[in-house]
Design a protein around this ligand. Sequence first.
Ligand code: ARG
Length: 246
Amino acid sequence: MSYNNFLHVALLVLTCLEAVRGQARIVGGGTTPIAQNPFVVNIRDNGGKLVCGGSLVDPRFVVSAASCIKPYKANQLTVQGGAQMFSNPGVRRKVDRIIYPANYDNVTLDYDVVVLRLGNELTGTNIGTINLRTTGVPVGANLKVLGWGRLSENGENSNALQSVLVAAISKNDCLQSYELTPTMFCAKAPGADACEGDGGGPAVLNNELAGIVSWGFGCARPNYPGVYTSVAKVAPFINQAISNNS
Ligand code: ARG
């Protein structure tokens, strides 16, 4: 086979591999009913574009990631709950206040958490709150990550809510890939990850909010786990933000 033909075959094989990988969802997950996950919300801008995910922790307060909310003002953001499909009406509330932790660092992404106060309580069918986990996530624990973000690294957002399971790994393992701060933990599974648009969304363990989707290099790349904000570490900030702004 000529060198030129070899190149063509190699390219074809790579393209096919890419097509198989491209079938993955959240990345690598599947559609899940909102009724089973009534605390998960999405946050959109005034143009209706997905900004990030979030979790309802009180009828008037949503937890999300500072890194994805930072470019916006409160009056540019709307929270949608009770909807399986991003394109459905669901129940929508305006954000009236954004509360950042003093410790948030936009370079290291230390303390990547934010509390959003809604103009009115978010209640209705398939809408409910989730409790905060107050102890660390054990290595090997399977977390359920939820969102409407990209189905593959360079792909499109999902209209239907997606969920995927990823396993928590040790800090030492994750330090092979990244620099981490004490508020971060990592989780991974083959072909599975959160992706752009899932930021701020929940990582759930035992029906508690254990992690907040924060960052990662690409999506579902073998040597690059997803990084999550540890809710146990930032729970004092979340509780204070709610009590100071109620
Ligand atoms: N900051 C990202 C966002 O746009 C979150 C990405 C999470 N990435 C990952 N590979 N786990 O929403």
